[in-house]
Design a protein around this ligand. Structure first.
Ligand SMILES: [Zn+2]
Length: 217
């Protein structure tokens, strides 16, 4: 059984909070027995384990600074930063060469360009499979979402998606394309995602674990 702090309140429903240190507080309506709090926690075991995973994934790495010898992710692989006196970015064997005068700007430019190149054929092939026509493809700098699909079916992806493994990029493409069919996260939407990308649960799990990519650059 989970340990938790019970707070009785003049309220109508039970609620629960998990703070950033992993402590659970249950807020119980004054009239309910304490056993209801135990049951509430048992019923929310999956929610708790998911929240704990998210907590564990929160920025275990320091922010990317663009320093010589630092490790940066690209399409699921780690590259060692080498600074050089050229303006362009070059991806070598296990190494990424960044411009010494502004390495982070160079890295972001690289992520944007290479992500777009990677996305284009994926979007085309999955759009054909799903029989949908996205109106536009762009790479933005959102920190709160990996991808989005506008009301007019324009697709936007965060450049930070370039840090993720290729199969995850593929999942996000399928996810956003399926929003052309369903503008929600209904069971019908997830069924469509599963049809075109059966491994979507693994990809969602990966994104939860790598959510800190959103914060390190
Ligand atoms: Zn969505």
């Amino acid at each position: 059984m989970e340990k938790y702090t019970l707070i009785r309140q003049n309220r109508r429903t039970i609620s629960m909070r998990l703070d950033k240190d992993g402590n659970i507080t249950v807020f119980l309506p004054a009239r309910l027995p304490a056993a209801d709090a135990d049951r509430f926690i048992e019923e929310h075991a999956r929610w708790l384990s998911r929240k704990r995973q998210e907590l564990a994934a929160r920025a275990p790495l320091p922010a990317i600074e663009g320093k010589e010898g630092e490790h940066v992710p690209f399409l699921g692989e780690e590259y060692v930063v080498r600074l050089w006196n050229k303006r362009r970015v070059f991806l070598g064997q296990g190494e990424i060469f960044l411009p010494e005068n502004d390495p982070l700007k160079g890295l972001i430019r690289f992520y944007r360009r290479r992500l777009k190149e990677f996305l284009l054929p994926l979007v085309c092939s999955y759009a054909a499979k799903a029989g949908v026509s996205p109106q536009r493809l762009s790479v933005g700098s959102a920190r709160t979402r990996w991808g989005s699909c506008s009301g007019g079916n324009a697709l936007t992806f965060s450049f930070r998606l370039a840090m993720c493994a290729p199969f995850v990029v593929e999942y996000v493409v399928v996810h956003e394309l399926c929003h052309i069919l369903h503008k929600n996260h209904s069971p019908a939407f997830w069924q469509a995602v599963g049809t075109y990308f059966p491994a979507y649960r693994e990809a969602k799990q990966y994104l939860r674990q790598k959510n800190y990519f959103m914060e390190i650059l």
